[in-house]
Design a protein around this ligand. Structure first.
Ligand SMILES: Nc1ncnc2c1ncn2[C@@H]1O[C@H](COP(=O)(O)OP(=O)(O)OP(=O)(O)O)[C@@H](O)[C@H]1O
Length: 284
């Protein structure tokens, strides 16, 4: 079976305008524009099978969100090939967004001033979901994500945990078979994190939804992902099961500081921190 996601030597460069500080700098900037380029992705390749749940991790600035934005059809890459279900996400954006769900933990896709339920109805119209199917999916998501009590509340009044559960429901109302989650547990308290993890696990196991998850919370990775891709400085540093990452870090012990000074089994945080250090993958 062809992979659900195919990414081949993906390159993305951002152009950033620069100017000197102060009023003179601003004037000089208007007269003579200066630019600097940042290579966010320098040849990222991987593929993801249907029904897989991938942990996509890396330090700040590694290129994770850029990759997700390209896969979601929001950004056009500068080089390389991307295929999702055989589609080019950017060229075939309209069809593409109807088949994927995206949650950006730091941003809302719902309408700030609208009650949650009205926002869901609006998404039904945008995605042209069949009304009978919509009602069934919506009711199921509302129950699973415990959203009954907030359906009449405007999004701006929700707690972060409530909002994140509403965002996840919003991303799944049109029953996509691929879900991108960009830091879905950021800022959540422990019970809310558990609820989100539990839901994502069920969507993946019971419905076969393919999931690409980015997170800085290594407990998310430990709880959910069988396979991880680690990126740093726009390159893939590792693509393996979580246990293999542990083994690689353990094998490197002789050449650096011990992973767990206490001599106990290292936590996943210690393993990942050590792995980033081994590859000089911290933010520049
Ligand atoms: N719109 C933009 N304009 C200019 N540079 C950008 C833009 N978006 C990202 N970058 C740069 O591209 C690089 C990769 O950023 P990206 O947001 O993909 O990283 P990330 O792995 O998602 O980081 P984080 O974990 O901090 O969210 C960084 O150096 C960042 O500064």
């Amino acid at each position: 079976m062809p992979p659900h996601i195919l990414v081949d030597r993906l390159v993305k460069t951002y152009r950033i305008s620069e100017r000197d500080p102060g009023v003179l700098g601003a004037i000089r900037g208007v007269l003579q524009r200066r630019h600097r380029t940042v290579e966010a992705l320098s040849g990222v390749s991987f593929s993801l099978g249907r029904g897989e749940l991938l942990g996509f991790i890396g330090p700040n600035g590694a290129g994770k969100s850029t990759t997700i934005k390209i896969l979601a059809g929001i950004l056009r890459p500068d080089g390389g090939r991307v295929e999702v279900d055989g589609r080019d996400p950017f060229a075939d954006r309209q069809r593409h967004v109807g088949r994927i769900g995206v949650v950006f933990g730091q941003r809302t896709q719902l309408w700030w001033d609208l009650p949650v339920g009205d926002g869901f109805d609006l998404l039904r119209d945008i995605y042209r979901v069949d009304p009978v199917r919509y009602r069934r999916t919506r009711d199921e998501l509302v129950t699973l994500l415990r959203l009954d009590a907030v359906l009449d509340q405007p999004v701006r009044q929700l707690s972060l945990g409530q909002r994140m559960r509403a965002e996840i429901a919003a991303a799944l109302l049109h029953e996509p078979d691929l879900l991108f989650l960009d830091e879905p547990t950021i800022g959540l308290d422990a019970p809310s994190k558990l609820a989100v993890r539990d839901f994502v696990r069920r969507a993946n196991r019971e419905r076969g939804t393919t999931v690409l998850l980015t997170t800085h919370d290594m407990h998310d990775i430990e709880a959910l992902a069988e396979r991880v891709i680690v990126i740093g400085h726009g390159r893939v540093l590792a693509d393996c099961p979580v246990d293999a990452l542990r083994a690689r870090v353990a094998a490197d012990r002789g050449t650096g500081a011990p992973v767990a000074p206490s001599g106990e089994d290292p936590t996943i945080e210690e393993v990942i921190t050590r792995f980033y250090a081994m590859h000089g993958a911290g933010e520049a």
